[in-house]
Design a binder for this molecule. Structure first.
Ligand code: ADP
Length: 524
């Protein structure tokens, strides 16, 4: 596996995967957290409603024990103890009290109502309660015998008083005998008078508590004056005393759900942002590492390339020098040929060494360029004149299309070196079609010189790297044309120092066009 791929995999495994797993886990648990919080919250709301119910039961319990402790037996229909009378008078919801003279069905009734007319009506109902709910009364009696006072609602139909609820309980003891007591209560008044203040104390700006009557959309009581429908996102529970009524509760302002949802959204966004940052960081680290690894790879290729480049001329030189030394050369003509080879190879050697030195000097910015105004066509013509023999010798044809009067800002030596580099490459990487076109021209504020060949071309992928130092395209018949991978990198550096740039247009199999753009002299 390529080492960069290994690094990529390692980075993904060490940084990205744990982070992504964590994010997925967090995202899924956020939902669970939300559910859990909601559950806990609902339990609290339930507890509040439970306490309201308990409170209502306690109040009723206090009423029944007040009646039980103050009533005197035998109960006379017309006399009512003051404390019981006060209870009747001051509790708006309590409409009537009735007490039988025994716990048996045939017993007679004493009824105390808020007014005469109501007392008469209540008596009729109370009678029917006693006869109808015998089983229920027997049960309450057995509770009472065991020391437990229970108040229970009985279903009765009361003409003209449909809203009233009847609650029965047992009072008395073994010695005095047991009696059935009953209360006629208006539930809505009870809610307003007894439950309401309690709800107000509980709500304390944090909750809205309310009470509904079955089948009625608007609450009959609410601790909030807002008109919005309180049923939205509210928790409701039955009202124990009066089954036709329901208690409800919800938090004020932001509901828990919106709070949790807001928190979830913020958390999610943070997580996503974190992941994005991490992904970007991993990509950056990967890219840097890849660059380093590629550079190291290119460097080692460079060493082997250069060694090879140097070894070949050295071998030739020593071989021909030896032959000459031993005087084994038959003719003068051959001797001259050998000398020629030795000097050509020596030139090649110094060319390579110069190139490397040049590169290292340029890279270390040790070379100061002397940028001056140059007449582009004149410079190119002079370079071509010097190179003409070399080009023709290698079987190349070249054309030059110039632009008169184009003055550029450049270093003469650097310009020559760059053009020779480009022409050398065009020669090295051309195969059958040995044709090179050189052209100069103007584009905006730049003057350019382009070198075009019809050689092997460069793939788009490689085009991105050919200006990197030590980079050589590693495919095709490159072995034939050895190089250092420094030429284009050097050209690019020199161009940057002259505030110009180099571009390449190339298509594999069709050839390449390298263009150098120089700043034009200001006066033009
Ligand atoms: P080298 O010493 O290998 O020529 P360069 O830096 O000059 O180094 O070029 C880098 C690579 O770019 C070369 O190895 C070659 O593959 C590619 N290249 C440069 N010029 C041309 C060209 N004219 N045609 C095709 N490929 C080229």
């Amino acid at each position: 596996m390529k080492s960069t791929r290994k690094i990529g995999l390692l980075l993904t495994l060490v940084f990205l995967l744990p982070a992504l797993f964590f994010s997925v886990y967090e995202i899924s648990s956020l939902d669970n957290d939300e559910k859990m919080i909601q559950e806990i919250y609902n339990k609290q709301l339930e507890a509040i409603l439970f306490s309201v119910n308990q409170y209502s039961d306690d109040i009723l319990g206090s009423w029944t024990s007040r009646i039980e402790t103050n009533i005197e037996f035998p109960v006379t229909p017309d006399s009512i103890p003051k404390k019981v009378n006060d209870l009747l008078m001051f509790s708006a919801s309590l409409q009537a009290i009735f007490i039988s003279d025994s716990a048996q069905g045939s017993s007679s009734m004493s009824v105390f109502g808020k007014d005469e007319k109501f007392s008469a009506q209540a008596r009729v109902v109370a009678d029917s309660v006693l006869s109808m709910s015998r089983a229920r009364i027997q049960q309450l009696l057995s509770y009472k015998r065991n020391g437990y006072q229970k108040v229970e609602r009985v279903d009765v139909s009361m003409p003209g008083m449909s809203n009233l609820q009847c609650l029965v309980f047992i009072l008395g003891n073994e010695n005095q005998g047991y009696r059935v007591g009953g209360l006629f209560i208006d539930p809505e008044l009870f809610i307003e008078e007894v439950v309401g203040p309690r709800l107000q104390t509980i709500s304390r700006d944090q909750f809205v508590l309310f009470c509904f009557r079955q089948g009625v959309a608007e609450p009959i009581y609410s601790t909030s004056t807002e008109t919005e429908s309180p049923t939205a996102e509210a928790l409701t529970k039955d009202f124990w005393l009066f089954p036709d009524y329901t208690l409800g509760i919800r938090s004020t302002g932001n509901t828990l759900q919106t709070l949790v949802r807001e928190r979830t959204t913020v958390n999610l966004m943070l997580l996503v942002a974190l992941d994005v940052i991490l992904i970007i960081a991993v990509i950056l680290v990967f890219r840097n590492l890849k660059r380093e690894v590629d550079l190291a790879q290119n460097k080692s290729d460079f060493v082997s390339n250069v060694s090879h480049e140097i070894r070949t001329p050295l071998a030739l030189i020593s071989m021909f020098a030896e032959t000459l030394e031993l005087d084994r050369v038959p003719t003068e003509e051959k001797k001259r040929e050998y000398y020629g080879i030795i000097s050509k190879e020596a030139q090649r050697l110094s060319g390579i060494v110069n190139k490397i030195l040049n590169f290292s000097q340029t890279e270390a910015k040790k070379k100061t360029l002397h940028i001056e105004s140059l007449h582009l066509d004149t410079e190119i013509n002079s370079i071509l004149t010097t190179y003409d023999f070399h080009l023709r010798n290698k079987g190349f044809h070249y054309t030059f299309a110039g632009t008169e009067s184009l003055w550029i800002m450049a270093d003469r030596e650097a310009l020559t070196e760059m053009i020779i580099n480009l022409i050398d490459n065009a020669m090295k990487y051309s195969e059958d079609k040995k044709q090179i076109e050189i052209a100069t021209g103007r584009e905006g504020q730049y003057g350019f010189v382009a070198v075009r060949d019809h050689g092997m071309g460069i793939s788009a992928k490689d085009q991105k790297h050919i200006f990197d130092k030590f980079y050589r395209v590693s495919s095709g018949n490159l072995a034939k044309s050895r190089g250092t991978g420094l030429g284009l990198s050097l050209v690019k550096q020199l161009m940057e120092e002259q505030q110009g740039r180099i571009t390449v247009n190339s298509e594999p199999g069709k050839g390449s066009r390298f263009t150098l753009f120089f700043l034009i002299e200001r006066t033009q």
